[in-house]
Design a protein around this ligand. Structure first.
Ligand code: IPM
Ligand code: MG
Length: 349
């Protein structure tokens, strides 16, 4: 029996996680679910975006299924109490350094992408984003300069062990896919990136079967829309990965379709699974959200944390079939409600 921590969070999080839960229930596996508040909902219920009881549950669980955090009502709180701190705190506390964000076009959905259909069809990549370091977790603050001006600062830093750990996952993933690894950095400007590049190059000697390339982050942003088919696995730091993964999602069609896994070990161990879209407060509670990213995150959970690859395949096939048959929520140009889209997937399971 596996224990799943359900952390629906804010905005559309509860709506999409509910659909993922229905799909998991329909598989007839031996899963137990326990729900806990997180983000703005955590602050509202227990006075903190990541309440101790929620973190405890996440640490005990075999996997965490996460919705989204972010609520404009709490944006003026001091930073440590804002909803976003919940996901950052979970990543750090659970040691979830490896973030897998696959981006692939869905047959039938080519029109939803901002790219030409023939380009969308070539898209099949994974962005592997380092998740517990970089400028996200460096020293930060506000101070006064010698001239008395207000100054904000966030320190960017990676040590070689952090780079080696994520790059190893990148090489291992590329080996199991199409054998191509592109490391994205900004080594023409940043020392952090120079070290990143040196360490990745050192590791390359152990992976002769993987074709390694390096690309500057600005060029990678351009190449992602120009010719995304050139990429197989992209490995990059926390900040560049944040930006490039949103971009890759729009290449695929809709951010409402893309799932992610955050892992503390390359295989097995506890993982956190979340749709890459945010809490979308503008459409929260209206039944308009696309549950596919959450459902596909549940599929990633089955594969990476629960050793249920066949069940994962079934869920992914059901989503693809629903899309191919024309099931569309509003973000995809259709009119299905969140639960009707869930029904469409369930019907094809
Ligand atoms: C993401 C989000 C988060 C991030 C926010 C909500 C803190 O944008 O998961 O990509 O920046 O990592
Ligand atoms: Mg982001």
């Amino acid at each position: 029996m596996a224990l799943i921590a359900l952390l629906p969070g804010d905005g559309i999080g509860p709506e999409v996680v509910a659909e993922a839960r229905r799909v998991l229930d329909a598989l007839g596996l031996d899963l137990t679910f326990e729900k806990a508040p997180v983000g703005g909902a955590g602050y509202e219920a227990l006075g903190h975006p990541l309440p101790v009881s929620t973190l405890d549950l996440a640490q005990q669980a075999d996997a965490v299924l996460f919705g989204a955090v972010g609520d404009p009502r709490f944006d003026t709180l001091e930073r440590s109490l804002r909803p976003e701190q919940a996901i950052l705190g979970l990543r750090k506390a659970l040691g979830l350094f490896a973030n897998l964000r696959p981006a692939k076009g869905f047959p039938g959905l080519e029109d939803a992408s901002a790219l030409k259909p023939e380009i969308v069809r070539t898209l099949d990549l994974v962005i592997l984003r380092e998740l517990t370091g970089d400028v996200y977790f460096g020293e930060k603050g506000q101070r006064r300069t010698a001239e008395g001006l207000r100054q904000g600062y966030d320190v960017m830093a990676y040590d070689e062990a952090e780079v080696r750990r994520i790059a190893t996952v990148g090489f291992e993933m590329a080996k199991r896919r199409k054998g191509r690894l592109c490391s994205v950095d900004k080594a023409n400007v940043l020392e952090t990136s120079q070290l990143w590049r040196d360490v990745v190059n050192e590791l390359a000697a152990s992976y002769p079967e993987v074709a390694l390339t390096h690309m500057y982050a600005d060029n990678a942003a351009m190449q992602l829309v120009r010719a995304p088919g050139q990429f197989d696995v992209i490995v990059t730091g926390n900040m560049f990965g944040d930006i490039l993964s949103d971009q890759a999602s729009m290449c695929a069609g809709s951010i409402g379709m893309l799932a992610s896994a955050s892992l503390s070990e390359w295989s097995g161990a506890c993982g956190l699974y979340e749709p890459i879209h945010g809490s979308a407060p503008d459409i929260a509670g209206q039944g308009k959200a696309n549950p596919c990213a959450a459902i596909l995150s549940a599929a990633m959970m089955l594969r990476h944390s629960l050793e249920q690859p066949e069940a994962a395949d079934r869920v992914e096939a059901a989503v693809a079939a629903a899309i191919a048959d024309g099931a569309r929520t509003a973000d995809l140009g259709g009119s299905l409600s969140t639960s009707a889209m869930g029904d469409a997937v369930l019907a094809r399971l």
